[in-house]
Design a protein around this ligand. Sequence first.
Ligand SMILES: O=c1nc2n(C[C@H](O)[C@H](O)[C@H](O)CO)c3cc(O)ccc3cc-2c(=O)[nH]1
Ligand SMILES: C[C@H]1O[C@@H](n2cnc3c(N)ncnc32)[C@H](O)[C@@H]1O
Ligand code: SF4
Length: 327
Amino acid sequence: MALPTMAPQRITYSPAFTLVPTYECFNRCTYCNFRQEIGQASWLSIDQATQILKSLQGKETIEILILSGEVHPQSRHRSTWVDHSFHIAQLALEYGFLPHTNIGPLSRLEMEKLRTVNVSMGLMLEQLTPTLLDTVHRHAPSKDPHLRLGQLEQAGALGIPFTTGLLLGLGETAQDWQDTLGAIAASFHRWGHIQEVILQPYRSGQTQLAPLPDFPLDQLPQVVAIARSILPAEITIQIPPNLVNHPGILLDCLAAGARDLGGIVPQDHVNPDYDHAPLSILKQLLANQGWQLQPRFPVYTPWKFQFSQEVQDRLDTWYQPISPDQA
Ligand SMILES: O=c1nc2n(C[C@H](O)[C@H](O)[C@H](O)CO)c3cc(O)ccc3cc-2c(=O)[nH]1
Ligand SMILES: C[C@H]1O[C@@H](n2cnc3c(N)ncnc32)[C@H](O)[C@@H]1O
Ligand code: SF4
């Protein structure tokens, strides 16, 4: 008798493109390969953004990921920076894409403004332990864990679909992983807004202020298993395949409960030294183990959230109405 064949399990990714309002950043996270010194980088102009968005139309891109260096909350340039990020997201919507913004911690008013032009937003919690404020985050006020946890709460109170995550390998302990994951789970239980948690292994690059040893990739499947046991089932665990560039470990992470590969982008601006493998290679690798790689939107359950009319109209163009004979 033939054994019943298992239907292939779905693994998702987001066909994305990253736009960077500015690489200038007032923080100095010692591991960052993205930031540039203030006054040394030009900002992305609206004209440049328009050209890029036009060139992406009609291809596979769905999500425009807006990642930025940060302007100090008390700087007189702060509102210019927030407004600029707003206009880039608005432009992305106009050109037919679904924007997701992660530009650092925001005041309530700033978050309320940006939500009107984003389908989801994000901020990595990194790690909850305050000890990192004496080491890698000594000169990064935005990485205060209380400030960042407050952002999860603020996004929850505002009902914004949210992505967060852990940066692994900063000098934290296994207990710190559990504490950070526990705090994310607690915020989700209060508000129900966290859709995915990224487990991002630190990988060194060419331009960080102070290199750290790489996070030992062979420990990642164990971290995925811990995360799966702490996080509610509604939260998807995401791992970046360009940083987890060892096929056996990538598959072990899926076996341990990771179900998403995040934004697959032509160029990862945060980790410019780690290109993504071609999609066809990833698809085949996963298919060999009975996993089916499929694109997804940057918001998982849009019917659970309220959006601005502008965002809702754009979402409606992507979500095909279900016809009565399909229902
Ligand atoms: O390609 C990347 N996408 C990154 N993404 C995007 C992510 O992979 C997903 O595409 C989006 O969250 C959409 O759901 C982030 C999103 C966040 O909210 C916070 C941090 C990151 C970090 C990265 C990153 O380093 N590289
Ligand atoms: C956008 C997110 O990218 C992550 N990030 C910043 N620098 C690195 C690096 N060298 N390796 C991996 N992730 C990094 C941080 O977690 C930040 O919040
Ligand atoms: S990780 Fe973000 S906050 Fe830290 S220096 Fe880089 S751009 Fe700035």
